[in-house]
Design a protein around this ligand. Structure first.
Ligand code: NI
Length: 171
C-alpha cells in the first residue's frame, strides 16, 4: 500500500472531469486500497480519485466512528429524491476550512463495487451529503464553489499563503 499526495485547492487539476471506470482489475483494487489508506491517514471520511490526481470515477468513504466500514463507489450516480439539508462541510483538498452548504436531503445512489457489481441504495443524512460532495469532485467541483465570491477569495488566499509557507520551509 502507498500513501498518495492529495491535491490542495485552488490546484487546477481539481477542476478536471473524471472518466468512468471500465476495467475492474487488480490495478483498480490497488487504487482503492491506496485511496483508503490515504483517507484514513489524513484523517478524513471521504476521498475522490481526482483528489489524488487520478482521473477515474472512484470514491472511498468511511463514516463509522471505529473506522472499520469502508464504502467504495465506482462510477457513482446520484438521483435527487426530496428535501434539502444544510451541513458544515470540510474537504481534504481544502484543509482547515469548514462551511455550511445546502444540498438535497434524500438521494438514490447507483454505483458499482470494486468487482464491478452494481448496487443501489437510498439514503439521507451524512452519507447523502458525503456522496454529493464526492460526486462533485468527480465533475471538477469543490464545495468552496457554493460559497460567496468573497468567501471563495478568502479561502483561495489563505490556502495559497499556507502552501507558499510550507514550500519555503521545505526548501
Ligand atoms: Ni472533498
Amino acid at each position: 500500500m502507498a500513501f498518495l499526495d492529495i491535491l490542495v485547492y485552488p490546484d487546477k487539476r481539481l477542476r478536471q472531469r473524471a472518466e468512468p471506470v471500465t476495467v475492474f482489475d487488480a490495478e483498480l483494487e490497488k487504487l482503492v486500497q491506496d485511496m483508503a489508506e490515504t483517507m484514513y491517514a489524513a484523517p478524513g471520511i471521504g476521498l475522490a480519485a481526482i483528489q489524488v490526481n487520478v482521473l477515474k470515477r472512484v470514491v472511498v468513504m468511511d463514516l463509522s466512528e471505529e473506522k472499520n466500514d469502508l464504502k467504495v463507489f465506482i462510477n457513482p450516480e446520484i438521483t435527487p429524491l426530496e428535501g434539502t439539508q444544510e451541513f458544515e462541510e470540510g474537504c481534504l483538498s481544502v484543509p482547515g476550512v469548514f462551511a455550511s452548504v445546502e444540498r438535497v436531503e434524500r438521494v438514490r445512489i447507483n454505483a458499482m463495487d470494486v468487482k464491478g457489481n452494481p448496487f443501489e441504495l437510498e439514503t439521507d443524512g451524512l452519507l447523502s451529503v458525503c456522496i454529493q460532495h464526492e460526486v462533485d469532485h468527480l465533475n471538477g467541483k469543490v464545495f468552496v464553489d457554493y460559497l460567496s465570491r468573497m468567501k471563495q477569495d478568502r479561502v483561495r488566499k489563505k490556502l495559497l499563503k499556507e502552501q507558499k509557507e510550507s514550500a519555503s520551509q521545505a526548501a
